[in-house]
Ligand binder design. Structure first.
Ligand code: HSE
Length: 428
């Protein structure tokens, strides 16, 4: 009879508890699908005495995740600790050095150390899988690495931080300010311990960098992700965008261009009728475009106990079956060092300006745009009673550099009050 696959689980937060529950409640199903029994030899977490709603008495307890990772009675180390360094990194490295396979939900660890860890795994004949690190329950890593392996990937777009999508959706649907929506998300327990990971776009940027490595056969380069969070998105822009047929999303985009690898995570406008535009609440969506398959849209829960544990178990079952895929879909020595794109692909932009309401003001702004080579597609001036008028402009496709020149020159016109808002419009 095939030997059981023995796990050591480090980290018993929401995801760890979810993994324990699936293994306890679905033992027969997992055995049937994995071809062998899945057992747990040992677990560990920072706080042993915490009540977790799931019995732990059948498993050995290890305080030290590095010791847990090296135990003789485990085949797979399941790293659910989190954090790019510290115990998560030390224990993952210890497990790989000891020849264990590793399943991780840790996007920060992989985004910062993915290449070195992939090399370490290969040097020790281990596999390192991370489905749960990207978009929670959506099996996007597996889709890209396996199901879509025959495609040249042209572009990936994703809303991969449910908290940001929740905040933006509540600003739009309930008319909340950013601060009110943030407080609501906090009250619901959505925010990471360090909320800048969510609202600063860092968490979603980590995920994007991992997908980018698989898609384009490059070494993970999180530092090259152009990052902008949602903190400056105003309710005014959400309303005006909606009025012009767009939704504001924290959107990740990666694509290989003639100018190099483009990786961006920033607030963008997307058509309200597109699948991304219709994604409301704390849900995630990943859109993949391949040369053979066309466009694939995957939507689902990006966080939470069941969905994230589901992704962990998917990886565990692959290991049980003997499926041994390279960390980023090809041997690590084949992954090339990416050249970051010097400039983003040209796109239309949404601009919102406060113009002094006096003769010739609009003409001055139009002239500045024209001189910078930026062409106006649509323009609206909102009704107002003060002596400044809100003006909305949608440009034709332009480079960010040309737009920045125009925005800088606007200051000198003397007719624009405050800083203009500029948001990229992504055609999806
Ligand atoms: N904090 C993330 C989110 C989930 O809100 O989507 C974990 O990456």
């Amino acid at each position: 009879m095939t030997e059981p696959l023995r796990l050591g689980i480090a980290g018993l937060g929401t995801v760890g508890v979810g993994v324990l529950k699936i293994i306890r409640q679905k033992a027969a199903l997992l055995e049937a699908r994995g071809g062998r029994q899945i057992t747990i030899s040992a677990v560990g977490a920072r706080n042993r005495s915490k009540e977790r709603g799931v019995p732990l008495d059948g498993y050995d307890w290890e305080d030290d995740p590095v010791e847990l990772a090296k135990r003789d009675d485990i085949d797979v180390f399941v790293e659910l600790i989190g954090g790019s360094d510290g115990p998560a990194k030390a224990s993952t490295e210890a497990a790989l050095r000891a020849g264990k396979d590793v399943v991780s939900a840790n996007k920060a660890l992989l985004a910062h150390h993915g290449q070195a860890l992939a090399e370490l795994a290969e040097a020790n004949g281990s596999v390192l899988r991370f489905e749960a690190a990207v978009a929670g329950g959506i099996p996007v890593v597996k889709a890209l690495t396996e199901g879509l392996a025959g495609n040249d990937i042209q572009r990936i777009m994703g809303v991969m931080n449910g908290t940001c999508n929740y905040i933006l959706t509540r600003m739009e649907s309930a008319g909340l300010t950013y601060d009110e929506a943030f407080a609501e998300a906090d009250g619901l327990g959505y925010l990471e311990a360090d909320p800048t990971l969510d609202v600063g776009g860092i968490d979603a940027g980590h995920k994007l960098s991992l997908l980018s490595a698989i898609a384009f056969g490059t070494q993970v380069d999180f530092d090259a992700v152009e990052l902008e969070g949602i903190g400056r998105v105003s309710i005014e822009d959400i309303r005006q965008a909606a009025d012009m047929g767009y939704k504001v999303k924290l959107l990740g985009v990666c694509q290989m261009t003639g100018r190099g690898l483009e990786q961006r995570m920033s607030p963008c406008l997307v058509p309200a009728t597109s699948p991304l535009g219709q994604l409301d609440g704390g849900t995630n969506m990943v859109v993949i475009e391949g040369d053979q398959v066309g466009q694939i849209v995957m939507r689902g829960a990006g966080a939470g106990e069941g969905p994230t544990a589901s992704a962990v178990i998917g990886d565990v079952l692959d290991i049980a079956r003997g499926t041994r895929v390279s960390t980023f879909g090809q041997p690590s020595d084949r992954l090339t060092k990416p050249k970051p794109a010097s400039t983003a692909t040209p796109a239309p932009y949404y601009l919102r300006l406060m113009l002094l309401d006096k003769p010739g003001a609009l003409a001055k702004v139009a002239a500045v745009l024209g001189e910078a080579g930026v062409s106006i597609n649509r323009m609206r001036q909102r009704s107002h009673d003060q002596n400044t008028a809100p003006v909305l402009i949608v440009t034709h496709k332009t480079t960010r550099a040309a737009l920045d020149n125009a925005l800088a020159a606007m200051v000198g016109t003397g007719v624009v009050e405050g800083e203009p808002v500029a948001l990229r419009i992504e055609h999806v």
